[in-house]
Design a protein around this ligand. Structure first.
Ligand code: ADP
Length: 412
């Protein structure tokens, strides 16, 4: 805006007042006023939308609008154009309200000369500029704020994502650590078991061999044979141990092969039980209850032998007071059930969870020897048949293992 050129929108329905105002402005030769005069608020609003004005001179009592409402509507239409109210003497309080609602200043009609009018116009324009500047700054600030909020939001989202990733990593790390601990526990169980289980037969072999070397000339044949037998038994025990370790290794790292062949279940189990009874003498008594028909069934005899001998020898081993170990064989249409029960030491409940893992032993075994491999072998042989094993036990009373194997008859 040129300081010597001011474009005014005069909103005044009283023609006398409007003329008076024009006359007053004509008395100021240093400024060129370009004045558009309208009589109604609607016209004024329409004009404001169409062209730029430096200031609005506004009468509050118009035919289509009265009082503070008039200024509110004008201000709403164009908040950056300064407004000077023209009020009657009696309307001054309304004029003041108008100033509170967006007008820059007010003049009381008939109370001002041209210099006061020009000063009010100039002040209004200057204040309007300042307000405009403030407005602009406020908008800039608001924009900056919004950008900042947006950045904070994005950053927060990124951080939340990172946090989730971190939590996932933590879980993975914990799992890896747990796995490593499990592996290291397993390693130490293997070392402890193998060294412990090997030491006894090795000591026996060493001592018997040495005794034979020194005394064999002085001993009769029976005494010599006793030590040869000891050596043979120890070697057998160690071979069985190695076989177990190799079996578990084969099952864990290479696939076990299931080789089904037809067998008479009743005969097969009876022979096994009889062989074991012969091996242990008469304590404990092994009792077979067989409820199978004469059908031939397709099972892997090698793996079935592993299942039954391991369960049976455990029943014998963990019944230090002898008694009876019972094998119950039940043949159903589509499955067979083998139950091995003893009245031995039982298995504490907290140890049952890991019982079928390699090198795991219960806490109550005391001096009874073992490697913790038998049940893991049993489980693997059952799994490959698609069967299941469960255990019921009470410490000090006895244990029953129940094996269920789905059956494939020869005709199928
Ligand atoms: P082990 O060579 O130690 O007998 P197993 O794998 O056969 O190994 O058995 C694992 C553990 O389960 C045993 O060490 C023992 O604590 C427990 N257990 C297995 N069978 C019996 C049973 N019949 N009575 C009591 N405890 C048993």
């Amino acid at each position: 805006m040129n300081n010597n050129f001011i474009k005014i929108l005069l909103v005044e329905d009283d023609l006398v007042d409007a003329d008076l105002l024009v006359n007053l402005l004509e008395l100021v030769p240093s400024i060129q006023f370009d004045m558009i005069h309208v009589k109604r608020l609607q016209e004024a609003i329409a004009r404001l939308g169409g062209e730029p004005f430096d200031v609005v001179l506004l009468d509050l009592s118009l035919p289509d609008s009265q009082g503070v409402d008039t200024v509110k509507k004008m201000y709403q239409r164009s908040p950056t154009v300064p407004i000077v109210i023209l009020s009657g003497l009696e309307d001054q309080s309304v004029a003041l309200q108008a100033v509170q609602n967006g007008a820059q200043d007010y003049l009381v009609k008939g109370e001002f000369e041209s210099d006061l009018l020009v000063r009010a116009i100039r002040y209004a324009i200057e204040r309007g500029k300042i307000l405009q500047l403030l407005n602009q700054k406020e908008k800039e600030l608001q924009k900056a704020n919004e950008e900042l909020e947006m950045r904070v939001r994005i950053r927060t989202e990124e951080l939340q994502k990172k946090n989730v990733q971190l939590q996932e990593l933590e879980v993975q790390l914990r799992e890896a650590l747990a796995k490593e601990k499990e592996l290291s526990d397993l390693k130490s169980r293997i070392i402890t078991t193998i060294s412990h289980e090997y030491r006894t037969p090795l000591t026996t072999i060493a001592s018997s061999a040495e005794l034979l070397q020194v005394y064999r000339h002085r001993w009769d044949e029976e005494k010599q044979m006793k030590h040869y037998r000891r050596i043979k038994e120890s070697v057998k025990h160690m071979t069985a141990l190695v076989d177990d370790v190799l079996f578990v290794n084969q099952a864990e790292f290479y696939k076990l092969e299931l080789q089904r062949s037809p067998l008479h279940l009743g005969n097969f189990v009876r022979e096994l039980v009889e062989d074991m009874q012969a091996a242990v003498g008469d304590r404990p008594t092994l009792n077979l209850i067989s409820k199978v028909d004469g059908r031939q069934v397709l099972l892997d005899p090698k793996l079935l032998r592993q299942i039954i001998t391991n369960l049976l020898s455990n029943g014998i081993k963990y019944s230090p007071d002898g008694g009876t170990v019972e094998v119950k064989l039940i043949g159903e249409e589509e499955r067979i059930i083998v139950e091995v029960s003893d009245r031995g030491i039982g298995i504490p409940i907290e140890d049952r969870k890991h019982l079928f893992e390699s090198f795991r032993r219960a806490s109550n075994v005391g001096t009874i020897r073992g490697t913790g491999l038998g049940l893991s072998i049993v489980k693997k042989c059952i799994d490959i048949h698609g069967g299941q094993i469960s255990v019921e036990s009470e410490v000090g009373t006895g244990t029953t293992f129940t094996v269920v194997l789905p059956l494939q008859t020869e005709e199928k």
